[in-house]
Design a protein around this ligand. Structure first.
Ligand SMILES: NC(=O)c1ccc[n+]([C@@H]2O[C@H](COP(=O)([O-])OP(=O)(O)OC[C@H]3O[C@@H](n4cnc5c(N)ncnc54)[C@H](OP(=O)(O)O)[C@@H]3O)[C@@H](O)[C@H]2O)c1
Length: 162
């Protein structure tokens, strides 16, 4: 199981239900990482996608407690236990905050886009994996998009739980 996330200097990932940044290179990297894989996300994250539709070229698995909820082109699950039906190595956890919080300890690697900036009044955050001993194993140089510094960093979880 893997994580894909974009965080800022405060580990913020969202504000008012939306993303903080839209960096084309980050979106391309996200696509490359997840294409052909199974992406797992919460019902609120679906609302951030274009036309609120599942992402093409990937199996979309959406978490919701709502038993009536349906979404064409997606598999709906009502508990993280239902993820056991999928091979763990296929699963890419892509948000949002509540889903990361529930699943990050099970993940082997986190593919993090680090945006070296601060946005005020954010309301969605990513767990402090560095404080929990995740090891930085790969990184790119600092890149820039319209003056905004960002970097792709891979972290390894020293002790994924089952
Ligand atoms: N920067 C990034 O990389 C990134 C990535 C993704 C999202 N985001 C941001 O994160 C924010 C959204 O995060 P969020 O925490 O508010 O929402 P979320 O995690 O996307 O979705 C939360 C919803 O998922 C469902 N859910 C979660 N855990 C469940 C479980 N164990 N069983 C059944 N259903 C479950 C519930 O849906 P129901 O209410 O329908 O029951 C819950 O309300 C937005 O600002 C978004 O832009 C950022």
């Amino acid at each position: 199981m893997f994580i894909v996330v974009a965080v800022d200097r405060n580990r913020a990932i969202g504000k008012n239900g939306g993303l903080l940044y839209r960096i084309p290179h980050d979106m391309a990297n996200f696509r490359e990482l997840t294409i052909g894989k199974t992406i797992v996300y919460g019902r609120r994250t679906l609302e951030t996608f274009p036309n609120q539709k599942p992402l093409e070229g990937r199996r979309n698995v959406i978490l919701t407690h709502d038993k009536q909820f349906s979404c064409e082109g997606a598999t709906i699950i009502h508990s993280t236990d239902e993820l056991k039906q999928f091979p763990s190595r296929e699963l890419y956890i892509i948000g949002g905050a509540s889903v990361y919080q529930q699943l990050y300890r099970k993940c082997e690697y986190a593919f993090v886009t680090f945006i070296d900036n601060v946005t005020l009044d954010c309301d969605a955050f990513f767990p402090d994996i560095i404080a929990e001993g995740w090891e930085r194993v790969v990184d790119t140089p600092v890149l820039y998009y319209k003056g905004l510094p960002y970097q792709f960093i891979t972290y390894k979880n020293p002790n994924p739980v089952d």
